[in-house]
Each structure stands twice: as structure tokens, then as C-alpha cells.
Design a protein around this ligand. Structure first.
Ligand code: KG4
Ligand code: ZN
Length: 337
């Protein structure tokens, strides 16, 4: 079973070709980071136009890399939600057109479900149920995964997404864009974190929600108060800030494991690339199966879309060619039993 997956939900034009749900034959990503860098964030109109220009070359590259022809495909899938509507429509329309031309099923996939699926695809031993954290530039949620393809939301951010706040913090510190990797790099150069530490958000709460906007304000106030900052202070602030964000994410993951009794934890989304977060969780998770997908499968990519679509295709599912794009995701909520 050969499935093509396309993702154009944000600022990466990506296409992946997957055999039998797991074997990644190609996973091409054309990043628009350089286009959006001057603006310090993704500009929706620029993203849509750039997807239009890039989609066909990226598809050609994917077919070449996978050494397959379009007519070998059994299905074509694309992200249909959540994301920037103009950007989503490019990949979605391309996928529908190709599926129609080839006479094969079309499937529209939820981007967050696809991030959840990256760990399932790359870790055949992942036991269920498991807890899964998806943290990216647009989303930060914690899930209870009953089985592959079935995630119930335990909590979500009440304000900014984790990646969004890292991007804003890096901009405040003059560290460049995207902020997550820039902040991680700067933090690695610090001899110690800045003192006093940033407070870990929502510490006393027993639910599984996140909040990052207070941290962002705390950093802004500190940068203004301590200006002008030398490189050493910037590195120390980056380290302290990263520690607070990752500590917040890690504590909620650990609390969710305790609460549900799940014996496995999976990560996904661009922030899951963070080395500090991975090490922090590994230290605390003795006896827990940890599933950290390869870095390229944490960020937006087409292979995770193809993987999730393969699972649905196996069950005989497909979607109509008039399936709309949607800006938001919908999930069933987890409730304590
Ligand atoms: O999942 P993703 O590629 O796109 C979205 O769906 O948003 O995530 C992008 C986010 C950006 O905010 C970026 O700063 C963050 O992931 N990111 C990181 C790292 N690499 C990317 N955050 C922390 N540490 C990293 N190493
Ligand atoms: Zn994403």
C-alpha cells in the first residue's frame, strides 16, 4: 500500500511517500523560514503564495526520491485542518486533483492527529495507552492515546503555544527566527541560568492545561529592566527561559502519566526537537517507555500525513472531494474514569 501525504498547513511545503503505513520512501520538506524571517513570524499570504510555487517541485522530488510513479499510488492524502486557510487550500486542492486524476481514494487528515502519529509510525514497540505531548508553533496539547489514531485531549494551552512563546522570547533577546532552535543554541552557551529563575506556570493546578503568556511578559519586563544586555546575560536569560518552558511541559507530562497510569510517553511537534526537554523527561521516566520521533518527523512533514492516512485507508475509510479546509482542530476530551 503506497500513500502520498501532503502538508501545507503553515510554512513548510512537504510531501511524503509511505509504504504500508510505516516505511518512509521519501519525505521532502521545502522550508519557507527565510521568507518569513524578516517579519519574525509566518505571514499567511506569503505562505500561501510560496506553497503554490513550491508544491509541484516538492512532489516531483518526492517521487524521484521514492523511485515510484504517481500511478503506483493507492491513495493521496493532505492536511485539511488546522492551519492557515490559504496555505491549507494549496496542498488540499493539489491532493484532491491528483487523487481524482489517478482514480484513487483521497483522504483529509488532521494535522495534530498526524503529529501524534509520527511516534506510532517510527516506534513499532510503542505500547498503548500512552500519553502524548504535541508542542509546536501553533499548538500545545496533551493527549491520552487509547490506540493508534485515537487521541483524547487531556489539556491544552490557555493562551500562546509553546513554540510561539519561544519564537517571541528569541525575538526579544535578539536571537533570530525560528526562536526554538535559536534559544536552545544560546542556552547551550550559558555557564549558568540567569538568577532568579522564571516561575514555572500553573504550578499549583491539578489539570493538564498550559499557559505561557505570563512567562513571555516576565521576560519582557526583565529585558527592559536589565537593558542593555551583553551576550553573557542574553545566554543566561535564554537558558532560564527555556528551562521554565520545558519544565512546565515536562511536569504536565509526568502528572498525566501518574494520573492515567499509562506506561508510555510520546512527543511530537517542532518543540519536541528540544534536547533539554528530551533529557529532562528521560531523567524522570525510569520504567516508562519513551518515544521521541526523529527530529525531521517532529517538525511539519508529509510522511506523518501519509502514515495516518494509511491507517484510515486500511479500515476502508476515505473522504469526499469536496471536503473543506478548516482553521481549527476538534478532539474528544479525555475524562477521568
Ligand atoms: O511543528 P512545527 O514544525 O510547526 C507547527 O505546526 O507550528 O513547529 C514549529 C515550532 C517553532 O515555534 C519552533 O521555534 C519550534 O517548533 N522549534 C523548537 C525547536 N526546533 C523547532 N523549539 C524548541 N527547541 C527546538 N530545538
Ligand atoms: Zn505542526
Amino acid at each position: 500500500m503506497l500513500v502520498l501525504g501532503i502538508d501545507t498547513s503553515c510554512d513548510e511545503t512537504s510531501a511524503g511517500i509511505v509504504r504500508d503505513g510505516r516505511e518512509i520512501l521519501a519525505n521532502r520538506v521545502s522550508s519557507q523560514v527565510a521568507l518569513h524571517r524578516p517579519f519574525g513570524g509566518v505571514v499567511p499570504e506569503i505562505a500561501s503564495r510560496s506553497h503554490l510555487r513550491r508544491l509541484l517541485p516538492v512532489l516531483e522530488d518526492a517521487f524521484r526520491e521514492a523511485r515510484v510513479r504517481p500511478r503506483d499510488l493507492d491513495a493521496v492524502a493532505a492536511t485539511c485542518r488546522p492551519g492557515l486557510i490559504g496555505a491549507l487550500l494549496v496542498g488540499l486542492s493539489g491532493a484532491k486533483a491528483l487523487a481524482w486524476r489517478l482514480g484513487v481514494p483521497f483522504l483529509g487528515v488532521d494535522h495534530i492527529q498526524a503529529h501524534l502519529h509520527a511516534a506510532v509510525m517510527t516506534d513499532p514497540d510503542l505500547p498503548f495507552p500512552c500519553v502524548s505531548l504535541i508542542a509546536s508553533g501553533g499548538h500545545t496539547s496533551l493527549f491520552y492515546m487509547e490506540r493508534p489514531g485515537k487521541g483524547l485531549r487531556m489539556g491544552r494551552t490557555l493562551d500562546d503555544a509553546a513554540g510561539e512563546v519561544l519564537d517571541k522570547a528569541a525575538a526579544l533577546l535578539g536571537l533570530g527566527y525560528p526562536g526554538g532552535p535559536a534559544l536552545e543554541e544560546a542556552a547551550s552557551l550559558a555557564d549558568r541560568p540567569a538568577h532568579p529563575p522564571f516561575p514555572v506556570p500553573l504550578k499549583g493546578r491539578k489539570d493538564f492545561d498550559f499557559s505561557f503568556s505570563g512567562l513571555k511578559t516576565a521576560l519582557r519586563v526583565r529585558v527592559e529592566k536589565e537593558a542593555p544586555l551583553g551576550p553573557e546575560e542574553i545566554h543566561r536569560l535564554a537558558r532560564a527561559f527555556q528551562e521554565a518552558v520545558m519544565e512546565h511541559l515536562a511536569r504536565k507530562c509526568l502528572a498525566a502519566l501518574r494520573r492515567t497510569g499509562a506506561r508510555a510517553l510520546a512527543l511530537g511537534g517542532g518543540v519536541a526537537r528540544n534536547g533539554f526537554l528530551r533529557e529532562r523527561l528521560a531523567r524522570e521516566c525510569a520504567g516508562i517507555h519513551l518515544s521521541f520521533p526523529p527530529l525531521e518527523l517532529c517538525s511539519d512533514n508529509g510522511a506523518m500525513v501519509a502514515g495516518l492516512a494509511s491507517l484510515r485507508l486500511e479500515k476502508g475509510e476515505k473522504d469526499p472531494l469536496d471536503l473543506p479546509a478548516a482553521p481549527r482542530t476538534t478532539f474528544e476530551e479525555w475524562t477521568a474514569s
